[in-house]
Design a protein around this ligand. Sequence first.
Ligand SMILES: [Fe+2]
Length: 185
Amino acid sequence: MDGERIDALIAEASSRDAGFEEHALVVSALSIQVGRELQLTAGELELLEFAAAVHDVGKLSVAPSIIAKPGPLNDDEWTQMRRHPEAGADLLAPCAAPAEVLDVVRSHHEHWDGRGYPRGLKGDEIPLGARIIAAADAYCAMVEARPYRPPRRPAAARAELLAQAGSQFDAECARAAYRVTAAAG
Ligand SMILES: [Fe+2]
């Protein structure tokens, strides 16, 4: 695996979006906690940590004006934004990232009920790592401030995980993310 090239991708993404690395780190940390709660093996946890750190690297292929837009995206902007999971896998493939990681990156916006993107995968068709990152990413995004909204309180973000368990999120992953974030206070 070409670690230098991957680090360069992360550095480039961070230079374009100040919150990129911090968000990747918190998503990675929470994903690992959820993975442990679900009793993943050490090898699976290692792949999960790596996938979580690079899950959004495909945002490099999205126009910076869209990434930085301080408000909701219009339809054209969403179309571009929704390409970032595939774009991420395409950027990481030449770095010889493991196939499992490419698959997780490609699938991190799929929903358990099949209403996600890019492929509309359902349930177990979605790699477990992607189901874990989806729940962790959503929780972390909710408790972070955005230019157009304040952060949500952890209790409210946790409640949202449970509300979407079995529809947006794998219920087991959502409940595990609930437990580990509740235990953290
Ligand atoms: Fe993403």
